[in-house]
Write a protein that binds this ligand. Sequence first.
Ligand code: PMP
Length: 401
Amino acid sequence: MGKWESFFSKDTQLLKSSEIRDLLKLTEGRNVISFAGGLPDPSTFPVEDIKKITNEILESKSSQALQYTATAGVSELREQLVSFSNLRGISNITQNNIFVSVGSQEALYILFNVLVNPGDHVFVEKPTYLTALNVLRTRRPEFHGVPISERGPDLHEMERQLKNLQSEGKKVKLLYIIPTAQNPAGTTMYMEDRKYVMELASKYDFLVVEDDAYGFLVFDGDNPPPLKALDKEGRVIYLGTFSKILSPGLRLGWIVADEEIIREVELFKQNVDLHTPSFNQFIAAEAIRKGVIQNNLPKVKSLYKEKRNQMLSAMDVYFPSNVKRTRPVGGMFVFVWLPGNLNTTQLLQQAMMQGVAYVPGNSFYYDYSGTNTMRINYSFPSKEEINKGIEILGNLIKSKI
Ligand code: PMP
């Protein structure tokens, strides 16, 4: 027990430092190829454009950019986000439907606090984004899981569970879902499945929190529209982020939702941090207005496609054939299922000793199942590291089966 632990609130005592995070910290400063993070390749940052925009803002808009601003965000950025959302097929919205947050992480934090009471029935994908799960856990909901296969979430299974809950008189409040280039699974839902989700949401009357963190990063085939573009009833709350398409360091994300929901989020954020940094919001607004993001995207996508290709070919060569994996058409991750009896948490220590790290997949399951799974990132390591790291990992897996 730490010296000050008895002073911490009950809620923060519940926040446990993740064992995995502690383990992965050991890789810092060592020569370990890391497939564990989720960082963009820094060569994708449009540094020169940001320099220019920053100078222009300081010259012409410093009195606004260095000043406090509205809680929902700088009007210039919200206006740009209306047209930027059109690129994802989201139309019929105004500035009043847009809310700017400190990364989409803050949006998740605020939304789950605004929406979820202890005991509420909440659906999540199995696996799903770890930090969304951790925020949800602090709300103490009753979790229900939709298993993911190589195709994406199993919606028939979800419907079966929804029917059961209904027959027990239990009402589902929301579904948190990442339909495109899922983190950690790397799956992208087909259009028919997207329509199916919307039918279920309408029939069973729940809200959908749609995390579109990788929606602009689909590099293969068609990029199906987000659920928000199919939403006729206003029940989808859409989250976007600048982290993967401009810079995560700017810490900018946004929500598109019904005005009533936006107003509630605004009340909550006033108590958190008043507003998202004005200066960064002006940078993002200009980056959209000048087409910096739109023009940079083809480069980002082709780089990640090359790295994805490198990753999959290395896996084809070095992984045994009874290892299952996803084939991402976008985003930054491949998800891997090892033969059932192998435990990826136990394997990690040995992998790290041999110079390669990944995230064991069970951290992404609300019930900590998925003990034979792992998430592998390909956006950050170089192509050489991808090849070498997968060779090491493949040999290690082969030695265990
Ligand atoms: N959602 C998903 C699915 C993510 O992968 C991430 C970042 N890894 C986030 C939200 C949060 O990102 P940010 O706060 O940088 O927008």
